[in-house]
Design a protein around this ligand. Structure first.
Ligand SMILES: [Zn+2]
Length: 161
């Protein structure tokens, strides 16, 4: 059994149903679609926010804030580092993108709206999507009174054997 299979077996036991994301995206998003999407999330579509989102939603991808800054400026837009960081904070708070936290130095922003989990390869630094539509609630974690689960985020960290 590989390490990944061991993790997945474990996940079957601790996993719970994830809230389905209602976004139905066909990549790449056009500028007009970006504007409506931001409005849907109650975000004012400023020029810079639209440019950043346009870069993100070319395809489902995982990008660090620095990669986003590089990409957006390479496309000829003038966006500051602070704007990229602020915008990504706003986008993840509002649910436009998902923030995937590997550790303090590594945060990825994920434009893939489908329910999925991640494999992080510590050798290559690569983050890979994994889908498991059959994640069922088998054992629910014991929660303090009055709390309910609204989301979960699982990153399996893997390395070569
Ligand atoms: Zn992902």
């Amino acid at each position: 059994m590989t390490k990944v299979q061991v993790c997945r077996f474990f996940f079957k036991w601790i996993g719970y149903n994830l809230p389905m994301n209602t976004l139905n995206i066909t990549f790449p998003l056009e500028r007009s679609e970006i504007v409506s999407m931001l409005q849907h999330f109650k975000i004012s579509p400023t020029r810079q926010r639209v440019e950043i989102a346009e870069f993100l939603f070319q395809r489902p991808q995982h990008l660090s804030a620095e990669k986003i800054l590089d990409g957006v400026t390479r496309d000829g837009n003038r966006v500051s580092r602070a704007t990229v960081y602020n915008t990504m904070g706003l986008f993840s708070n509002k649910g436009v993108v998902r923030e995937v936290l590997i550790d303090r130095e590594r945060v990825f922003y994920d434009s893939n709206p489908k329910v999925h989990q991640h494999l992080y390869n510590v050798d290559t630094g690569e983050l890979i999507d994994i889908y498991d539509v059959e994640v069922e609630m088998v054992v629910e974690p014991e929660l303090p009174e009055g709390l309910k689960i609204i989301d979960t985020d699982i990153v399996y960290k893997v390395t070569s054997k």
